[in-house]
Design a protein around this ligand. Structure first.
Ligand code: CO
Length: 293
C-alpha cells in the first residue's frame, strides 16, 4: 500500500515536471515568441544629420523584413532638445520597457556607436538590468559597435578607402574626424590610424576629444608638403562636430587650422551611417547577436 502511494507520487511528479514547460510555467515562456531590434545611437539635434539614421533604419528593415525595429537615443541633452521641439525620443530604458510591455520576448540591441566606449558600457549596464526582470525578455543581447574587434577594424579600413571620393589624388591627404574619448577605448582610434597608414600614408584619423589631435597630424602634412586635404567625419552622423569642429568657420575648426597652414580643404559632410559599407558592419553585428537567441 505504502509503496503504491510512493510510486504514484513519483509518477505524478514526473508528469508534472515533463508537462511544466508545455503549460508555460517556465520563466517567460508562456508568451508567444516575438523578436525585435532596438537601434541605439547618441542622437543628433541637426535635422540634416538624421539622414544617417534613416539610412541605417532602412538597411536594417531590409535585412530583417519580419522584425520590428525600434530606436533609442542615449544623449539626454538631445532628447530634451527634441522634446522641446515636440518630438519625443526614447532612452534605452524607456524603449526596452515599451518593448517588454508590447510582449517582445527576444531583443537584439544594436549599438550604433563607433567604439566600445563609455556610452557602450552604459548601454550594457542598462541591458543587464533588463535581463532578469520577471515577465521580461527571454533573451536580450547586444550587438557590438562599429569597431568591436580586429576583423571589424579591417572592414572599417576597407569601408573608409572605398568611400573616399574618386576625385581625391594620391598626393592629397584624407583626414577623418573621429569623436575620441577619455575612456580607455580611445586606443581603437589610434589603432585605426596605424592601419590606415599601412594602406596609404596620406590617410589620417584624428579625434575631437583625445588622441591623435589635428595638431599631431599637421606637422606630417607640412613635412610631406601636402597641398590639399579631404575632411571626412568618422561618426555615424555628420552632426554638430562635423559641421562646426571639422568644417565650421571658427578659427579653431580643422578646416580653419589647415587653411591657416596654407592647405586647401575639401569637406565631405556625410556620416558613416549614410554609407552601406559601414552600415553592413553594424547589421552583421545584429546578426551575430541573434545567433545566440
Ligand atoms: Co561630442
Amino acid at each position: 500500500m505504502k509503496n503504491k502511494v510512493v510510486v504514484s507520487s513519483i509518477v505524478c511528479l514526473l508528469l508534472l515536471v515533463l508537462t511544466l514547460p508545455a503549460y508555460g510555467m517556465h520563466h517567460g515562456k508562456s508568451k508567444p515568441e516575438k523578436t525585435g531590434v532596438l537601434l541605439v545611437a547618441f542622437g543628433s539635434s541637426i535635422p540634416e544629420a538624421r539622414v544617417a539614421f534613416e539610412h541605417i533604419e532602412k538597411k536594417t528593415r531590409e535585412a530583417f523584413p519580419e522584425i520590428p525595429v525600434r530606436w533609442a537615443f542615449t544623449s539626454h541633452i538631445i532628447r530634451k532638445k527634441m522634446a522641446d521641439e515636440g518630438k519625443n525620443l526614447d532612452s534605452v530604458a524607456q524603449a526596452l520597457s515599451n518593448m517588454a510591455e508590447e510582449g517582445f520576448t527576444h531583443v537584439a540591441v544594436q549599438s550604433l556607436h563607433t567604439i566600445p566606449g563609455e556610452e557602450f558600457h552604459e548601454l550594457k549596464q542598462t541591458i543587464r538590468a533588463f535581463e532578469h526582470i520577471p515577465e521580461g525578455f527571454q533573451k536580450i543581447l547586444t550587438g557590438l559597435p562599429l569597431m568591436g574587434d580586429q576583423n571589424d577594424m579591417e572592414r572599417v579600413v576597407s569601408a573608409i578607402i572605398s568611400t573616399i571620393p574618386e576625385k581625391r589624388k594620391p598626393e592629397e591627404a584624407v583626414i577623418l574626424m573621429g569623436h575620441g574619448t577619455p575612456h580607455g577605448s580611445n586606443v581603437f582610434y589610434t589603432a585605426l590610424m596605424w592601419q590606415l597608414q599601412l594602406q596609404d600614408p596620406n590617410l589620417f584619423l584624428g579625434v575631437v576629444e583625445g588622441f591623435p589631435e589635428i595638431s599631431d597630424i599637421l606637422p606630417i602634412l607640412k613635412k610631406r608638403n601636402i597641398q590639399k586635404v579631404w575632411l571626412m567625419p568618422f561618426m555615424s552622423v555628420a552632426g554638430d562636430h562635423a559641421r562646426n569642429d571639422m568644417a565650421g568657420p571658427e578659427d579653431d575648426s580643422w578646416k580653419s587650422i589647415l587653411n591657416h597652414a596654407g592647405i586647401n580643404c575639401e569637406v565631405i559632410l556625410r556620416g558613416t551611417g549614410e554609407y552601406d559599407e559601414f552600415v553592413e558592419i553594424w547589421i552583421d553585428h545584429i546578426r551575430d547577436a541573434m545567433k545566440d537567441f
